[in-house]
Design a protein around this ligand. Structure first.
Ligand code: GAR
Length: 208
């Protein structure tokens, strides 16, 4: 069993897609051992509790400075002794120490086709606003391993989604979630849990 910690900040629909995938058998060999939120009000916490999964909150607001928050966050992860950490809409900068300690064991879902519309300042709805402002005809979602840069780690999977004439950022966000994020994140977890993913020289290889 791949012991997995899922980090969240908001609605938790990606967390839900993973929990549903496990329950329905589309994801095998994965156990979510803990959900960590930086936001006490995140609906994702409610979703975890409803599924009987332990959920804890570690908020930067509740610590004196960033260093103390980082320590507490690291502790919350380490206590759960995960094999994998999933950033499922986690909108807080991850402590560099955590990235080093869990090298190639942290994945993130980003709502665009990296390297478009990613990096500092591109998160949530802002990504879709930027895609519409640029007038791209295709966007999508990316699952990647996390390195010390922002959205720069090895790409594991991408799925394109068409942009339509009448799209608003909200409509596009919903379509990218439904057609791409909730599809590829569960798929990636299943592949990792079943030993099919390797990272070498900054590239991801998926075996048959
Ligand atoms: C998702 O669209 C996810 O891709 C995005 O936040 C949303 C969280 O939704 N993540 C980022 O923008 C990371 N840079 P959810 O809480 O309903 O899963």
């Amino acid at each position: 069993m791949l012991k997995t910690v899922v980090c969240v900040s908001g609605g938790g629909t990606n967390l839900q897609a993973v929990m549903d995938g496990i329950r329905q058998g589309a994801i095998t060999n994965v156990e979510i051992v803990r959900v960590i939120s930086n936001n006490r009000k995140a609906y994702a916490i409610e979703r975890a509790k409803q599924a009987g999964i332990e959920a804890v909150c570690v908020s930067p607001k509740e610590y004196e400075d960033r260093a103390r928050f980082n320590e507490a966050f690291l502790r919350a992860v380490d206590e759960a002794a995960p094999d994998l950490i999933v950033l499922a809409g986690f909108l807080v900068v991850i402590p560099p120490e955590l990235i080093r300690r869990y090298e190639n064991r942290i994945i993130n879902i980003h709502p665009s086709l990296i390297p478009s519309f990613c990096g500092t300042g591109y998160y949530g709805l802002k990504v879709h606003e930027a895609a519409l402002a640029r007038g791209v005809k295709v966007t999508g979602a990316t699952v990647h391993f996390v390195d010390e840069g922002t959205d720069t780690g090895p790409i594991l999977m991408q799925k394109p989604v068409a942009v339509l004439e009448e799209d608003t950022p909200e409509i596009l966000q919903k379509r990218v979630m439904e057609e791409a994020e909730w599809v590829i994140l569960p798929k990636c977890l299943d592949l990792i849990a079943n030993g099919r993913v390797t990272v070498k020289g900054g590239r991801v290889h998926i075996s048959e």
